[in-house]
Design a protein around this ligand. Structure first.
Ligand SMILES: [Zn+2]
Length: 258
């Protein structure tokens, strides 16, 4: 997993916590982890009843076939947020904070400003804050998760790495506990992993969703210093739930990717 040298702001921070979906690499999938995975809780927030608001950035989302993909992605959230996938995260509940089902509280297409062909993570944070302030996006509460999707042809830059070169999605937090995930369009073989575009997108989206619930401030919730977050340990191992392709997630109890 790449570290993010550009984000080293203090000598105490040796490595930014892992919060990306890495590119699909068959040899990496086959390799066993260097240390037996085990997530430990770091006393930070958890999203116990996640409220997902989907944001589709770019006018491309208003035209077919992207408009159809948008509908499919929203239907996926409506299904997955009350599914067995969320039930299995219950083992990461802590006293007084039980992780349970969530809901999709809305969706919007943002067309102004246009995203351009390359977008910095800092610009995404600024956009989200601006749209929250203006009321286009709902106000932040402790369960809010903004899930931003980009159209084909837009590269996302985070730290010193880029989508389709180092990652296929990530989640993070900024400001006063604003939680968000960013999903570039899976327009390269490293981010489809041999799957159809929609199936690749639901796989990587499930990865980031489960991580945002169990570790909304990367490294401060459930985390493994050697292996990263709940989804990182099982990256690109998929299964079918309902009509959807989702990623396996690490279970401490089993212990395995389930
Ligand atoms: Zn991850």
């Amino acid at each position: 997993m790449p570290s993010n040298p550009g984000q080293k702001k203090s000598p105490q921070v040796l490595k930014h916590p892992i919060r990306i979906v890495p590119l699909h690499r068959p040899e990496a999938v086959a390799a066993a982890p260097a240390a037996a995975p085990h997530l430990t809780y770091r006393n930070g927030p958890l999203l116990t009843a996640v409220q997902v608001f989907t944001v589709f950035w770019g006018s491309a989302w208003k035209q077919a076939p992207n408009s159809g993909l948008l509908t499919q992605v929203n239907q996926f959230f409506d299904y997955i947020l009350t599914s067995q996938l969320i039930d299995q995260l219950g083992e990461y509940s802590i006293p007084g904070r039980a992780i349970g089902h969530g809901s999709r509280i809305g969706t919007t297409v943002l067309t102004s400003p246009a995203p351009g062909t390359s977008v910095q993570d800092s610009a995404i944070q600024q956009l989200l804050q601006q749209e929250i302030d203006s009321g286009t996006l709902p106000a932040t509460n402790p369960n809010t998760l903004y899930f931003l999707f980009l159209p084909d042809g837009v590269t996302v830059i985070q730290g010193n790495s880029a989508s389709c070169q180092a990652f296929c999605g990530y989640h993070d937090s900024f400001g006063n506990n604003v939680y968000y995930a960013v999903m570039p369009y899976p327009g390269c073989s490293g981010c489809t992993g041999g799957l159809a575009v929609f199936n690749a997108l639901t796989s990587t989206t499930s990865h980031e969703l489960c991580e945002a619930i169990t570790d909304p401030i990367p490294g401060q919730g459930w985390y493994d210093d050697n292996n990263g977050e709940i989804g990182d340990i099982c990256a690109w191992k998929t299964r079918t739930l309902g009509n959807y392709t989702i990623q396996l997630e690490w279970s401490n109890q089993t212990p395995a990717c389930v």
